[in-house]
Design a protein around this ligand. Structure first.
Ligand code: 7PJ
Length: 266
């Protein structure tokens, strides 16, 4: 899943600054580079970011979705707002990606009506303050239980489990140690019977563990964390660097798929 930010203050250095044409070009480029899904987001959720109204969000996203109507690669819309979900679904989006796991007013109903698959992500607190003092007695158990309860809420609202993708929410109200624990436990989340998405690309825990302060220089750490997650059963990686990730995944997959006889030729 390639990330296309249609925001004014993206932390990760992609600098698209709300420009429709640039976002469309970026999405087309990522599709050509091998992305299987394009995730369009118009609300910055980096720690400390200000919320965006649904009106602003729709105004930024809609022209981009419309400009990508002919794209063969499915579009995901990264939103916490029911109004945006409805508009995006009508305009042709194929997936709803909600960092608040459809907890917003009307979101369960909007997602159910759309019939689209949904990503349910765990977050502790709100983007504005979530990194101030994240605390868990047992981070893996608490995130697991939260996602289990959100699956139940979805099923009660008419969204079947087969349409649900789970995400532990790396960096959303978590210390570096919490993030490492969650990644280590990736395989456990498969017990919930849904596909798994993991977003580690350029995130601050990679800076914390490696000492790399510049997010644009965190590709090696992002690939290491992403391949670890895949090896533990993750199905989708949400990334900024599409061709680099595609290359890494092809090699990882090639090694796993190699016939035994070929492994032993040396
Ligand atoms: C994630 C996301 C993530 C899902 C963002 C960033 C911050 N959606 N939206 N999972 N992160 N599902 O890209 O670092 O990890 S925005």
């Amino acid at each position: 899943m390639g990330i296309v930010n249609v925001t004014d203050d993206s932390f990760s250095g992609d600098g698209l600054k709300g420009d429709t044409a640039a976002a469309i070009a970026r999405a087309r480029q990522m599709a050509a580079q091998g992305a299987d899904i394009i995730d369009l987001g118009a609300e910055s959720t980096r720690p400390g970011a200000a919320p965006v109204s649904p009106e602003q969000e729709i105004a930024r996203l809609l022209p981009v979705i419309e400009g990508l109507k002919d794209l063969a690669v499915p579009l995901s819309v990264d939103t916490r707002h029911a109004a945006t979900m409805r508009v995006a679904a009508k305009a042709g989006a194929a997936l709803i990606n909600d960092i608040s796991a459809l907890e917003g007013a009307g979101s369960l109903a909007a997602a159910a009506e759309s019939g689209l698959p949904v990503v349910l992500m765990h977050m502790q607190g709100e983007p504005g303050s979530m990194q101030q003092a994240p605390h868990y007695a047992d981070v893996v158990a608490e995130v697991f239980d939260y996602l289990r309860r959100r699956i139940e809420a979805c099923e009660a609202a008419g969204i079947p489990r087969a349409k649900i993708i789970l995400d532990p929410g790396i960096g959303f109200g978590k210390t570096p140690a919490h993030n490492l624990s969650l990644l280590r436990a990736t395989a456990k989340f498969r017990d919930l019977g849904c596909a798994l998405l993991v977003g580690v690309s350029r995130k601050s825990f990679i800076g914390a563990v490696s000492g790399e302060t510049d997010p644009t220089r965190r590709l090696p750490g992002s690939l290491a964390a992403g391949l670890w997650a895949l090896s533990q059963g993750a199905n989708i990686l949400r990334v900024h660097d599409v061709p680099e990730t595609v290359q890494a995944v092809k090699i990882w997959r090639g090694i796993g798929a190699a016939p035994v006889t070929d492994r032993n030729v040396w």
